[in-house]
Design a protein around this ligand. Structure first.
Ligand code: ADP
Ligand code: ASP
Ligand code: MG
Length: 436
């Protein structure tokens, strides 16, 4: 069994959906995980924002534009009258539901329900299309098996058991379709795996069914060696180890959701990144195999806040770092980078929701400085310590760029550097020019 995930652009229009149907229709048993059509989740976020502000006119305008787009796609997707009618009813039902939220109280619960509509619509549309072209596909409702626990972590046992039961109900079926991104939380409410979470869904589903392979189909021919949105002439990487892929995803390579590699890694299931626009391109194979002694790729993670705690008196005392870390822990705020010196310690966080409280608590230990709008630039590869020259090449590339923090040696796979967002593009380009 394979798991194939198609992202927003891959199902972004009726034509693209037809192409996906052609790609998956090879008779082999598979689960197809779909995102919402591109732009949809952004529009749903916009609708929710208007509803929080009780701006019903604003919400209705976005809702009506989106609804119109879907009627056009339905018209273009199906050829038979019966399916055009089914498609229209589907769209009407979902949009009537979305509109019902403009009349009532609006909370996080309603917001998450609205955000789930994109994947619910795309999968139902695609399933009808498969039926129209004569394929007996079965829709597996993600809300019946995908679940996160009280800490917002996926619950693999629940997922495996419930997905397994659903699959067992259709022993003869070869073509399952399911929603990416959406799930239920520990209270049974509709929730999601965060933006871009369909990759995570695919990986969790792949691990739950012990798939032979997980394929992530998107709009580019695999993982590139730098961010193609900022750097020209990047190139696709043929193979990545799970660790390299996890670092790149976590540190900003948008092609993969930050935590989507882990479930595949734990079950040792290869992940292939493929291009819907160029299906013959080899793409990237992510597996346990590590290509030795290379700088593989560069990624950048935005929205970073750096905090420096200076305390001449206490830093060298044992227990000081523990106290600092406990403050971050108590606000459930993960630390990404850390550097130390005799008089201070610097850390970075990407979640600044509790920044003010954290700073208040830290001030008990020393003076505190904060830099916002920072970016972590992450150089990933097999950077074994015995080899000379990696650090030199990286610093040489960045000789014109102010670097706020450097972290090297935490693993063999990563050198992280903190720069201001205004220097991000120059840093990425300079590194590409020097390293590749
Ligand atoms: P999907 O909608 O299919 O999930 P995404 O937009 O989430 O697709 O991810 C694909 C995009 O990720 C590419 O179009 C590309 O612009 C961006 N991207 C950022 N960094 C990288 C990288 N290192 N390699 C490939 N793509 C990257
Ligand atoms: N539709 C969701 C989003 O836009 C999930 C995804 O595409 O992966 O974030
Ligand atoms: Mg994505």
């Amino acid at each position: 069994m394979k798991v194939l995930k198609f992202g927003g652009t891959s199902v972004g229009s009726a034509e693209r959906m037809k192409e996906v149907a052609r790609l998956v229709n090879d008779g082999q048993r598979k689960i197809v995980v779909l995102s919402a059509m591109s732009g949809t989740t952004n529009s749903l976020v916009e609708i929710a924002n208007y509803l929080y502000k009780k701006n019903h006119d604003g919400a209705n305008e976005v809702i009506n534009n989106l609804e119109r787009k879907y009627y056009n796609e339905v018209e273009a997707l199906y050829s038979k009258k019966e399916y055009k009618e089914k498609g229209k009813q589907l769209i009407k039902a979902h949009f009537d539901y979305i509109k019902s939220f403009t009349k009532d109280l609006f909370t996080v619960f309603e917001e998450k329900t609205i955000l789930a509509q994109g994947e619910l619509i795309s999968t139902a549309m695609f399933n009808y299309y498969m039926h129209e072209i004569g394929i007996d596909s079965v829709l597996l409702p993600a809300l019946d098996y995908m679940r996160i626990d009280k800490n917002n972590e996926p619950d693999p046992v629940y997922i495996r058991e419930n997905l397994g039961q659903l699959l067992n109900q259709h022993p003869k079926c070869n073509m399952f379709i399911t929603q990416g991104y959406i799930c239920r939380n520990a209270f049974g409410e509709i929730d999601n795996l965060q933006r871009g979470g369909s990759d995570y869904s695919a990986s969790l589903v792949g691990a739950a069914v012990l798939a032979d392979e997980i394929q992530i189909w998107t709009d580019i021919d695999g993982m590139h060696n730098n961010d193609p949105r900022y750097v020209e002439n990047t190139s696709s990487i043929a193979d990545l180890s799970f660790d390299e892929a996890a670092e790149l995803a976590y540190f900003g390579a948008k092609i993969l959701h930050p935590t989507s590699v882990l479930p595949a890694k734990l079950s040792n299931i290869p992940v292939r990144l493929l291009n819907t626009m160029d299906p013959k391109a080899p793409g990237t194979l992510i597996s346990s195999k590590q290509t030795k002694d290379r700088i593989t790729a560069i990624a950048a993670k935005d929205g970073i806040t750096a905090i420096k705690i200076k305390s001449g008196r206490m830093l060298l005392a044992y227990g000081f770092l523990r106290k600092v870390f406990e403050i971050f822990e108590s606000y459930k705020t993960p630390i990404d980078m850390i550097t130390t010196s005799e008089v201070g310690v610097s850390v970075t966080i990407d979640n600044s929701r509790h920044l003010d409280e954290i700073l208040d608590d830290l001030k008990k230990f020393g003076t505190v400085e904060v830099d916002t709008d920072m970016v972590i630039i992450c150089v990933v590869g097999d950077l074994v310590g015995e080899k000379k020259g990696y650090a030199f090449k990286i610093f040489e590339a960045l000789k014109e760029i102010p670097v706020r923090m450097i972290s090297y040696g935490g693993s063999n796979h990563n050198v992280s550097l903190l720069v201001h967002v205004n220097d991000k593009k120059d840093a990425l380009r300079a590194l590409s020019a020097k390293l590749f």
